[in-house]
Design a binder for this molecule. Structure first.
Ligand code: IMP
Length: 432
């Protein structure tokens, strides 16, 4: 019996999970997404082409591997259709290797309006949501009023859809707006809705299955499965900087409920982090930089959202936050991304501890909005281009020292270092 390995982000998302899943897929038979939805933007780069995936697992470009959208994921059928068309245009046949859980919930057009209305009503306190309808769709799931992929075959589907839409419009009105106050992808509700309903036919072309049985059987047969996380641990609904979080469990625990597997079936947990921190949207970010170092990270790291295009907030590496994420996830291996972005830095800083209420601490407080003062240490930069380096031993000495320092502070091995967005620029430090 095999176990399922997990790969997830340890910071505020955008750590580079898509690239690593794509690189690791040859070692697996199946790649499965377990939470989130089109708020994610997973970027893969190979053969000179950049692919951004939102709902589809990042193993899709390996034609012989099965990809699964698990029950914990949210599907927006029209966004899904666009993603599929892009893949089909470049020669992939996703109907062959993409399976979808019947129990995955649907994002309705009115969920997206509701997201916009909720944000508008919050004013200064807005979450900075991607406005893809994530919060409202998970709200309906928990309220037991959602529609699931398996429902699209029901003859009552449109009537049920209409009932839910009307209840959303009532909520939107209670917030002081109406269904025409917001647009979706530059279109009014009626126009978007017609296309959304049509896109259900595209969804019906896929293998829609009870994925919990499929996955458990595959494990029984010894198949190797990789669970692909979305967003990051600091955006987890329970343990992130609430309320500035997403609406799902982004941590390892989410793999069990989002795919239907038992905790005892979890194997390795690969935690992905960047060599610095970023955050997109509002909310606390203790090591955020407002100076030229932050701007340098943003420009050199091309830190602009792959889903919304928004500039990402940038800051130094945060060890207390990383250790917290490693604890919550049971991380067994670390992977360090975008280290090349720091090639030109004279000095590299990292936060070792916080000062909160005048006390030094490693513990993240309940109220992340209170004053958290990072205590920084620094190490010398390597000031070197990394092109052509494909072995860990050949990396600059100062970089190896920085990596060693992070390993020492976290007590975990860094097994992979990524030196560019390209698939080929991935250095394995140890066998995984
Ligand atoms: P939502 O999940 O779209 O509701 O957004 C909630 C918060 O999570 C916002 O601050 C978003 O910017 C952030 N967020 C959601 N998805 C991602 C992601 O994939 N990467 C980074 N941040 C994200």
């Amino acid at each position: 019996m095999s176990k399922i390995d997990v790969l997830l982000g340890l910071q505020w998302g955008d750590e580079g999970k898509g690239k690593v899943v794509d690189v690791l897929t040859p070692k697996y038979d199946i790649v499965a997404r377990f939470q989130g939805g089109p708020n994610a933007g997973h970027t893969l780069e190979f053969d000179g082409i950049k692919h951004v995936l939102h709902i589809i697992p990042s193993g899709i470009c390996h034609k012989e591997k099965i990809n699964i959208i698990g029950n914990g994921v949210l599907i927006e059928p029209l966004i899904f259709q666009k993603e599929i068309s892009t893949l089909e245009e470049i020669g992939f046949v996703p109907t062959n290797n993409l399976y979808i859980s019947k129990k995955a919930h649907l994002i309705l057009p009115s969920h997206r309006l509701l997201d916009a209305a909720n944000e508008a009503s919050k004013g200064e306190r807005k979450i900075g949501s991607t406005l893809k309808g994530i919060g409202p769709a998970y709200t309906d799931k928990i309220a037991r009023t959602g529609l699931r992929v398996g429902d699209i075959f029901s003859s009552n589907f449109v009537a049920n859809y209409e009932k839910i839409k009307q209840s959303h419009i009532r909520i939107i009105k209670s917030l002081g707006f109406d269904e025409n106050s917001f647009i979706i992808e530059n279109q009014p509700l009626c126009e978007y809705e017609a296309k959304w309903l049509e896109s259900l036919e595209n969804l019906k072309r896929f293998n829609i299955i009870n994925s919990e049985y499929y996955i458990n059987q595959a494990l029984d047969e010894g198949k190797k499965i990789l669970a692909e996380g979305a967003q990051g641990s600091m955006l987890d609904i329970d343990f992130g900087s609430y309320p500035f979080v997403t609406s799902s469990n982004t941590i390892t625990a989410g793999v069990c409920s989002g795919l239907g597997i038992a905790p005892s079936r979890i194997g390795k947990v690969f935690g992905i982090c960047k060599a610095y921190c970023t955050r997109v949207g509002s909310g606390p970010f203790p090591t955020e930089l407002f100076d030229e170092n932050g701007e340098q990270l943003r420009q050199q790291g091309r830190e602009f959202g792959s889903t919304t295009g928004r500039p990402r907030r940038c800051g130094w590496f945060d060890i207390p936050a990383l250790k917290y994420a490693c604890m919550l996830n049971g991380v067994t291996h670390l992977m360090l991304m975008k280290i090349d972005v720091m090639n030109e830095f004279e000095t590299i800083k990292y936060c070792e501890e916080y000062i909160i209420d005048g006390e030094r601490t490693m513990e993240l407080p309940f109220d992340m909005e209170q004053s958290i003062e990072p205590i920084y240490s620094s190490c010398p930069g390597w000031k070197q281009d990394l092109q052509g380096i494909d072995k860990f031993e050949d990396l600059p000495e100062n970089m190896k020292s920085y990596i060693g320092l992070l390993e020492e502070k976290t007590g975990l091995p860094i097994v992979l270092v990524s030196t560019s967005p390209n698939r080929k620029d991935t250095i394995l430090k140890a066998e995984i």
